[in-house]
Design a protein around this ligand. Structure first.
Ligand SMILES: Nc1ncnc2c1ncn2[C@@H]1O[C@H](COP(=O)(O)OP(=O)(O)OP(=O)(O)O)[C@@H](O)[C@H]1O
Ligand SMILES: [Mg+2]
Ligand SMILES: [Zn+2]
Length: 469
């Protein structure tokens, strides 16, 4: 079975509020309190705190780091087993250029969903709200926002606003008072820093954890020592109240891990797969009901499958199918230049037409009247620009007269657009799209069909406008 991580992001636009301290120590406490739970941590920071804390031995031999992960490397290749049994991904100084790749807000969610990482992932972010941080926020089942004072509390509103803008549920967001100096006491109901911060937070509609983290000189000293290491609170500051606060926070996190049925990564993956399946279904649906013959030469396409170079669709979508390349260029050559096949210039003209039409959409709108019958023929680029327009008289169409010039056109129009008692369906038209003759059906795949869908709609709008005039 595919594994999905429960993701925790630590974020705050304010620097120095204790994000990294919270992220790294939380990883260690989680691992200590539940040994069999895989815990993986990485940071978008370039302080290398993660590396200094978890690295078992120095390694600068490869570039298996956060940069590689974000560039699409497999998680199994970049996650290293570190100290205290915590999995970590090495930090990188090169995340600047990643922003280009991370235009969308859900890229990291997708990466985590497909990573196969199980257990818990902790993401330590930089003090900003750039696209990487946003990705980490949206990927998280839990976002912990450390606040230590009013300015940092003030800053939170940007995170909440971000979720509002995207219409994402904010229940994952929670503030946690950090670096709380317990010696500071106030008169009145807000008796200390954390009570004051919590009251203001709640007043603004922010969820705030019951737990908090005190400021402790012992904790502060853990990253300043002669061997340049950073020591965990669990092993080196057990005597402090911060130790029991971390135990409490960890217990709280484990409770939500246990009660979360489907993590964000899991939900996203399921949604992605459904979307893919939906695409496949609509592709199969589009394959159904295609005309079994080339409507110009009448040959069964199963028997003459080569050179299926065009796909056509009528305005009402009731007739769709493939046409031979040679049939289309012969037809257009006659139609556009009034040339018969035995004309000496026919071949040269056809080569020209074939070249043009292989790169453009042809739009055919017949206007059959009492007095005269005409064809409004247009060529468009794939982006919908009009390249060519020609009004072609087609006398004798109504009477079904063949004259050697318009025969192929008449056949196509009659076959594709025939309505009641031999007349054409009212206001109907058709368009012809070039396709890859090696795999013509691929035009019906979601991505390529989008273009057709868009152009058909565009043509429909134009015809509507024309009919109003
Ligand atoms: N509970 C604590 N008691 C005392 N000092 C602390 C505590 N937690 C963190 N610190 C100290 O505060 C400083 C900032 O902490 P930390 O690096 O975790 O913050 P940060 O939010 O990650 O900063 P940045 O925004 O620069 O990444 C560090 O010197 C750290 O040792
Ligand atoms: Mg940090
Ligand atoms: Zn044909």
């Amino acid at each position: 079975m595919h594994a999905y991580p429960y993701t925790i992001t630590i974020s705050s636009e304010k620097g120095g509020v204790g994000k990294t301290t919270l992220a790294t120590n939380l990883a260690i406490y989680l691992k200590a309190m539940r040994e069999d739970l895989p815990v993986t941590i990485f940071s978008f920071d370039n302080h290398f705190t993660i590396d200094k804390m978890f690295e078992l031995q120095k390694r600068d031999d490869d570039n298996h780091d956060v940069h590689a992960l974000l560039m699409g490397a497999k998680a199994s290749e970049v996650v290293l087993t570190g100290q205290y049994g915590v999995g970590y991904i090495r930090s990188s100084t090169e995340l600047g250029d990643i922003h280009e790749r991370f235009k969308g807000p859900m890229t990291l969610t997708r990466m985590l969903a497909e990573s196969g990482i199980s257990g818990i992932v902790i993401i330590d972010t930089r003090p900003d709200l750039n696209i990487l941080t946003q990705n980490a926020l949206y990927a998280a089942d839990r976002v912990l926002i450390p606040v230590k004072d009013l300015p940092s509390l003030e800053n939170c509103k940007n995170i909440f606003a971000l979720f509002d803008q995207r219409g994402i549920d904010k229940k994952s967001l929670a503030l946690i008072p950090c670096l709380i100096d317990s010696r500071i006491k106030f008169e009145g109901i807000f008796k200390d820093q954390k009570t004051l911060l919590r009251a203001i937070a709640v007043n603004r509609g922010y969820r705030c954890l019951d737990s908090f983290i005190s400021k402790s000189p012992k904790v502060e000293s853990l990253n300043t020592n002669p061997d340049g290491k950073i020591y965990p609170i669990l092993t080196h500051a057990r005597g402090t109240e911060v130790h029991s606060q971390f135990m409490e926070i960890t217990r709280d996190i484990l409770r939500s891990v246990d009660t979360t049925g489907e993590t964000r990564a899991c939900l996203y993956h399921t949604w992605l797969m459904e979307k893919e399946a939906g695409k496949k279904e609509s592709y199969l649906a589009r394959l159904e009901g295609l005309a079994d013959r080339c409507l110009i030469c009448g040959a069964l396409l199963a028997e003459a499958p080569d050179d299926r170079s065009f796909y056509f669709e009528t305005s009402d979508r009731s007739t769709r199918g493939f046409l031979h390349g040679a049939c289309v260029s012969n037809m257009l050559c006659s139609t556009l230049y009034s040339l018969q096949e035995n004309d000496p210039t026919f071949n040269t003209a056809r080569a020209l037409v074939a070249d043009k039409v292989s790169r453009a959409v042809s739009f055919l709108l017949p206007r059959i009247g009492f007095e005269a019958s005409r064809l409004d023929y247009r060529q468009f680029s794939m982006t919908g620009e009009l390249l060519l327009q020609k009004h072609i008289e087609i006398p004798g169409f109504d009477a079904g007269e063949f004259n050697g010039v318009h025969d192929r056109l008449f056949l196509l129009l009659n076959e594709a657009l025939a309505g009641f008692e031999g007349a054409l369906r009212k206001e109907s038209w058709l368009s012809i799209y070039p396709v890859d003759p090696d795999k013509p059906e691929s035009v019906l795949h979601e991505e390529s069909y989008k273009t057709i869908h868009r152009l058909q709609k565009h043509f429909a709008d134009e015809v509507k406008l024309l009919n109003k005039l």
